[in-house]
Design a protein around this ligand. Structure first.
Ligand SMILES: NC(=O)c1ccc[n+]([C@@H]2O[C@H](COP(=O)([O-])OP(=O)(O)OC[C@H]3O[C@@H](n4cnc5c(N)ncnc54)[C@H](OP(=O)(O)O)[C@@H]3O)[C@@H](O)[C@H]2O)c1
Length: 156
C-alpha cells in the first residue's frame, strides 16, 4: 500500500528554499515512527534536503539524474516507480505529492495551525470527500508556539 506523509501549513504550505518552514520535534518523531523500516519515496529535491540517508529506511528517488549514493533506488519514470513499488510512504515534495496523490490510500497529514506567507512549495488541493478523516492526535509545540494535529485521511 502506498501512503503519503506530509506536514502542511494552513494554506497547504510545505517548504521554502528546499527547507521546511518549522521545526516541530513531535512531528519529526511521528514521521520516524510511521516511516521506520519502510520504503520512503521522494523527489530529487526532497532527497537533497535530507541531512543524511535516514536509518532503517529504503530510499526511493524520482529524478532524471543518476547521481545518487548506491543505497538509493532511482526511477526516471513515474510508471516504472509505480510498477515496482507497491508499498511505502511518499515523503515529498510538492511535485511528487501532486504526481502520486491519486495512487495513495492513506494520507498522514500534520496540519499546522499557522500560515507561512513566504512558502514556495505547496501540498496539492485534493477532494476531501473521497477520504474518511480521523484526527489521530492534537499537539502543541511550546518552543515554537504552534498548535498542530496529526490527521489520517483514508480513501473511502
Ligand atoms: N512539509 C513537508 O512535509 C515536506 C515534505 C517533503 C518536502 N518538503 C519541501 O518540499 C520542497 C521540495 O519539493 P519540490 O516540489 O520542490 O521538489 P520534489 O518533489 O522533492 O522533487 C522534484 C524533483 O523530482 C524529480 N521529478 C519530478 N517529477 C518527475 C518525473 N515525472 N519524472 C522524473 N523525475 C521527476 C525531478 O528531479 P530532477 O530535477 O533531478 O530530474 C524534480 O526536480 C522543499 O522545500 C522541501 O523542504 C516538505
Amino acid at each position: 500500500m502506498i501512503n503519503i506523509i506530509a506536514a502542511v501549513g494552513k494554506n497547504n504550505e510545505l517548504g521554502k528554499d528546499n527547507k521546511l518552514l518549522w521545526h516541530l520535534k513531535g512531528d519529526l518523531k511521528f514521521f520516524k515512527e510511521k516511516t521506520n523500516f519502510q520504503t520512503i519515496i521522494m523527489g530529487r529535491k526532497t532527497f537533497e534536503s535530507l541531512p543524511k540517508l535516514l536509518p532503517n529506511r529504503r530510499h526511493v528517488v524520482l529524478s532524471q539524474s543518476d547521481n545518487f549514493p548506491s543505497e538509493v533506488i532511482v526511477y526516471h519514470q513515474i510508471q516504472d516507480l509505480l510498477e515496482n513499488e507497491q508499498d511505502g510512504f511518499i515523503i515529498g515534495g510538492g511535485k511528487i505529492y501532486t504526481l502520486l496523490l491519486n495512487y495513495a490510500n492513506k494520507l498522514y497529514l500534520t496540519e499546522i495551525d499557522k500560515t507561512y506567507k513566504d512558502a514556495d512549495t505547496y501540498f496539492p488541493n485534493f477532494d476531501k470527500n473521497v477520504f474518511e478523516k480521523e484526527i489521530l492526535k492534537t499537539c502543541y509545540d511550546e518552543k515554537e508556539d504552534i498548535h498542530y494535529k496529526h490527521v489520517l485521511y483514508k480513501r473511502r
